[in-house]
Design a binder for this molecule. Sequence first.
Ligand code: FE2
Ligand code: FE2
Length: 266
Amino acid sequence: MGAEANPPAVRTSAEWVAYFRANAQRLLPVPWDAGAGVTPAELAEVADSLRAWQLGETSDGRHLLAAAARHAAATGDPAFLDAVRLFIAEEQRHGADLGRFLDLAGVPWKTWDWGDAAFRAFRYLLPRIELWATVVVMVETHALLYYAAVRRATGSAVLRRVCEQILRDEVPHLRFQCERLAVLHRRRPRPLRALTLAAHRVFFAGVTLAVWVGHRRALRAGGFTFGRFWRAAWARMGAAWRAMDPRAYAWPEEARRVRPIPWFPE
Ligand SMILES: [Fe+2]
Ligand SMILES: [Fe+2]
């Protein structure tokens, strides 16, 4: 994890707002008229966990919005709040699409799930945008593995397309959160940052185990063994850790502040 030769700058909130707006205009068409198109055997493997993810995707984002509003005010970046609003709208679209699929398949929605309850409790207890974004990065890392597994586990054109759209959206979501964490970690002294990452690893191990326990049936139907899932989760999270490393980015405003040393020969 060293500094890159020509690292990119983190995107501005205005750039993220533009991205989310453009993304909403280029959604993949979902063949809803085709019906659920899922066999009872396939449905048995994925229905329970899909209901839980559907519930998880449909948060109203109240606590995130409050944390984002405080962060936007503290950093003088009001557009950040707009970006977070658009981010929440995408998550709600995921929930709505999954709900529509469940309706087509005649599967009732879930109103409570222990994993969702734990995730909500964390979000409730974590008023700081940093902790919030950290938890979201971990859950979205697992979402990438989960929806890829569901897509492999079904022949349903509707469900496969819904998964594909979610997967497309989640990659930039991870980037959005990771860039914000890079901003937040930037001024942290190195030992504290190392401590932060150590805490991440412990927490991520727990989240990964919990996701496997709660969703192993669908994950297995999508071709994962525990070993493969564990390795894939850590590889994905490794990429997220690299993307939240402040050294992965150029910080132009700092570069401007660096004064040339007068006596240093050019
Ligand atoms: Fe999502
Ligand atoms: Fe997401």
